[in-house]
Design a binder for this molecule. Structure first.
Ligand SMILES: CC(C)(COP(=O)(O)OP(=O)(O)OC[C@H]1O[C@@H](n2cnc3c(N)ncnc32)[C@H](O)[C@@H]1OP(=O)(O)O)[C@@H](O)C(=O)NCCC(=O)NCCS
Length: 212
């Protein structure tokens, strides 16, 4: 089905669209995966993060947020969400295809890294949802990064960590699934840039040692 959705990059939203984004953000992610929304808006305005939106008329129906993992040309998909009432109409796929094209054409991005919740250790219903999400990314061309089986992120709402799998979505033919030193540098960049941890943080030290 084709929808009259436009995918655009924005660094400022009008108050109505900002409220729509906030509502989608808060209903799509648990507190453990959510950062402070005002800091997040400031980071988009200052262009540290890039924001891509799916717009229907004047309404914001979905968004993707990415972060360049400097000094590489690989970007992290920090958030992707579509309004609950608009899901399963192809908007998520259109948003991903639009955002990756803009990243490749305008920011010379070579690949996107995706953090996906691990289906292991979850109950049957949650496992099914997580597997569907992984399938969604596979259909877009992403594959598992096998070298980071124990990757985990800090819980943003408290203590402890969240188990994730890392996926790799190449945007140019030469972008092969990272291994070895390249993988180490990318995982370190995620911890430092996205989670604001230092390279000496025990989680970072342990996670880097566990890479295969
Ligand atoms: C993942 C998401 C962005 C997809 O958006 P969408 O517009 O529904 O996607 P499309 O219509 O293009 O594609 C549908 C596919 O999305 C995935 N999907 C849709 N709703 C989903 C849900 N509630 N949970 C998990 N996956 C879902 C499925 O793979 C689905 O295909 P399927 O029905 O064959 O299983 C959307 O479900 C969402 O916002 N989820 C909550 C936030 C989230 O999980 N973000 C991803 C973080 S890793």
């Amino acid at each position: 089905m084709t929808t009259p959705i436009n995918v655009i990059q924005q660094s400022q939203l009008d108050p109505r669209q900002a409220a729509q984004l906030r509502a989608i953000y808060e209903s799509s992610f648990p507190p453990s995966e959510r950062g402070d929304v005002s800091k997040f808006a400031a980071a988009i305005a200052s262009r540290v993060y890039s924001l891509f939106t799916a717009i229907d008329g004047n309404d914001l129906l979905g968004f993707a947020v990415t972060l360049r993992l400097t000094p590489s040309d690989v970007h992290l998909l920090s958030y992707l969400a579509v309004a609950q009432q608009a899901r399963n109409r192809g908007i998520g796929e259109k948003l991903m295809r639009g955002a990756t094209q803009l990243l490749r054409d305008n920011a010379h991005a070579t690949a996107l890294i995706l953090e996906v919740e691990s289906p292991d250790e979850s109950n049957a219903e949650e496992r099914h949802l997580r597997e569907r999400r992984i399938e969604f990314y596979r259909r877009l061309g992403a594959t598992m990064i096998e070298g980071a089986p124990r990757y985990r992120a800090p819980n943003l709402a408290g203590t402890g960590t969240l188990n994730f799998k890392l996926m790799w979505l190449p945007l140019v033919d030469s972008a092969k699934v990272p291994t070895g030193e390249q993988l180490k540098q990318l995982v370190l960049a995620i911890y430092v840039q996205s989670y604001k941890l230092t390279s000496g943080d025990p989680l970072v030290v342990e996670a880097l040692q566990e890479l295969k």
